[in-house]
Design a protein around this ligand. Structure first.
Ligand code: FES
Length: 100
């Protein structure tokens, strides 16, 4: 295998796990729409080389979903809705500002 440093300053993971109603999961809170909105914001702001937004499986906080996390900064957001996308983007901006 090859090991190298991440090219991204931060990596935003959005849990899109869907248990189809068998048990609560982040998809119940429309996390795919949160994922799409975050991807669009990162693209619109020209951050594609610094910030990566990816869908993810379960983080183990299903009852408090939708969950979004930012690494390596160890920032976790729970009970997220599409109305919170602006706040998450602002937190990413803060991370980028702190790096520059
Ligand atoms: S289903 Fe999203 S944290 Fe478990």
């Amino acid at each position: 295998m090859e090991q190298k440093e991440s090219p991204y300053i931060c990596h935003v993971f959005v849990c899109t796990n869907d248990r189809h109603g068998e048990k609560r999961s982040c998809a119940d809170g429309n996390s795919p729409a949160i994922l799409d909105a975050l991807k669009k914001e990162v693209s619109n702001r020209g951050w594609k080389k610094e910030v990566r937004v990816s869908q993810s499986g379960c983080f183990g906080l299903c009852g408090r979903g939708p969950n979004v996390i930012i690494y390596p900064q160890k920032i976790w957001f729970s009970e997220v809705s599409t109305n919170d996308v602006t706040g998450i983007v602002q937190k990413v901006q803060d991370v980028l500002d702190a790096m520059n």
